[in-house]
Design a protein around this ligand. Structure first.
Ligand code: VGL
Ligand code: ZN
Length: 197
């Protein structure tokens, strides 16, 4: 078994006072740092959007947290967040980024959102993470980070579909919980065979 820790989007904009703050998003950082040494590899994702990204409410003349149809399906419109090169896009300052073997950025294509660490939201454009994991012989993944019901959920579902043994450590995740999205996400992950602890 070759086991990697996948740390999803532990960035300032998803922490208190951030542009898309997740309640208590910063409370998971110490725990994540503490478990890093248990893994053969540590991989972090970073949400990384150009200004004017199509997932932003401001780009669609709409209110944040409304839903529109995109060519690839439903899209929640978010406040502007994780803009390339801004402090909001930086990792939380206490996250031990020095332990990351690999940092994968996602969401840099203006016309498509990218929740999953593996594929953009069309569910077919790859980020390259699969190749990295395969070439390192990693078959088992533990996921932690933000937000449970969006980027963690999408990443866990794709990982399970790709054949990895997947665990999500809920005490090291926090959710946006928009319109019941957390409960839906937990059910989807369980149905996909993801271990929830
Ligand atoms: C995320 C909404 C928009 C996440 C990223 O990290 O869960 N959510 N961009
Ligand atoms: Zn985003």
């Amino acid at each position: 078994m070759n086991h990697a820790l996948l740390v999803i989007d532990v960035q300032n904009d998803f922490c208190p006072n951030g542009a898309l703050a997740v309640t208590d998003g910063d409370q998971i950082v110490k725990g994540i740092n503490a478990i890093m040494p248990e893994f053969n590899a540590v991989i972090m994702t970073q949400d990384w959007h150009p200004r004017g990204h199509s997932s932003f409410a401001t780009s669609n003349d709409a209110d944040p947290m409304t839903v529109i149809q995109m060519p690839y399906g439903a899209q929640v419109l978010w406040p502007d967040h994780c803009i390339i090169g801004t402090s909001g896009a930086d990792f939380h300052q206490e996250l031990n980024v020095n332990n990351a073997n690999m940092i994968i950025r996602k969401g840099y294509n203006s016309k498509i959102d990218s929740y999953s660490a593996f594929f953009e939201n069309d569910r077919q454009t790859p980020t390259g993470l699969m190749g990295y994991l395969q070439s390192r012989g990693i078959d088992t993944l533990t996921l932690v980070g933000l937000a449970t019901d969006f980027c963690v959920n999408y990443s866990a579902l794709d990982a399970a579909k790709l054949g990895f043994d997947v665990t999500v450590r809920m005490e090291m995740c926090r959710a946006i919980d928009f319109n019941g999205s957390l409960a839906v996400a937990v059910n989807e992950m369980k149905s996909a065979g993801v271990r929830i602890t």
